[in-house]
Design a protein around this ligand. Structure first.
Ligand code: ZN
Length: 311
């Protein structure tokens, strides 16, 4: 099954707030949430979580990485659920303190409000219009760490770099539940999978293969969809193929376009982004990420278009 809305997916696992950039809730004995979505959707997440937990509140917010669309409402939710701890990697805890990261997140959070407020079915009255607020990480999460959240239920922390260097994934083996977000690629509304390596293609493929070797029945990507059952394996296979294909296409274009990152970007965007009816990543954020992917591959093969590994 491919789940594309808010509500109960399976076994106490809920998509809350907004499928485009959701907060996942595991309503275990000690409820926990994963991701903190967009800053402006804070109240949407809060309302859904309160409705499901009826009087209880999440104790931990596990965060895969600190991009504006994954940590946007962290501060809001921390205030809404007094005592909740925010868990992220050491690198994420450092990144969130950097002024340039903060100003980028403020800028992208402001940019996305304009898109969301004009979407059908959005209640503009409850959008949070305050500036993106920073937060402290309360729990530094290390690769291999295991956090018990219930009798016989635990969250395994996996370092899965490639999309970013701070990237974590969370695995609940007892439920075969994997919160992978961008480590597993991101299927868009066109059905194609966006390869999400922003900092390191080889690490991205390694992390993706590591996750695909786990026993997974419910796979949460960062945006739009949750995969269950047979669709999990299919998604992993297609995600690896799409990353390899994207790399080959960019390498070929870098050759034909004489190494021009700008020209390669505009060809890729016309194919990957423009035909997507959305909801989709705002153009500003998309171009920022596309530039990282293309520039990384250009650097990886060397400016003369030959693979450094071969030379
Ligand atoms: Zn991201």
């Amino acid at each position: 099954m491919i789940f594309n809305k808010t509500g109960l997916v399976k076994d106490n696992l809920y998509v809350t707030g907004f499928p485009w950039s959701p907060v996942y809730l595991l309503s275990s004995e000690k409820p926990v949430i994963f991701e903190a979505g967009f800053s402006c959707m804070g109240r949407y997440y809060e309302n859904d979580i309160m409705e499901i937990l009826i009087g209880r509140k999440p104790e931990i917010l596990f965060m895969t990485h600190v991009h504006y669309d994954h940590c946007g409402a962290a501060s809001y939710l921390k205030k809404a659920f007094n005592g909740m701890k925010i868990g992220a990697s050491r690198r994420a805890a450092e990144i969130i303190k950097r002024p340039n990261a903060q100003s980028l997140m403020t800028d992208l959070s402001e940019n996305v409000i304009k898109i969301i407020e004009s979407m059908d079915g959005i209640n503009n009255e409850i959008l949070v219009r305050d500036e993106f607020e920073f937060f402290d990480v309360d729990m530094i999460l290390e690769d291999g760490q295991i956090i018990n959240v219930d009798n016989g239920l635990s969250v395994y922390v996996l370092a899965t770099p490639g999309h970013t260097r701070d990237m974590l994934s969370f695995y609940v083996p007892e439920k075969k539940l994997l919160i992978a977000t961008e480590t597993a690629g991101c299927m868009s509304h066109t059905g194609s999978i966006v390869a999400e390596f922003l900092v390191d293609y080889d690490l991205y493929i390694k992390s993706l293969k590591q996750l695909s070797s786990l026993e997974v029945d419910v796979l949460c990507q960062g945006h739009h969809f949750v995969f269950t059952g047979n669709d999990v394996k299919k998604h992993f296979e297609q995600s690896i193929i799409s990353a390899e294909k994207f790399k080959e296409t960019v390498e070929r274009l870098l050759q034909s376009e004489a190494g021009s990152i700008e020209r390669v970007m505009s060809i890729i965007k016309a194919k990957e982004y423009d035909p997507n009816p959305g909801p989709k990543q705002p153009e500003k954020a998309y171009l920022l990420n596309l530039r990282k992917r293309v520039a990384h591959l250009a650097e990886r093969i060397g400016t003369n278009g030959h693979d450094n590994n071969i030379l």
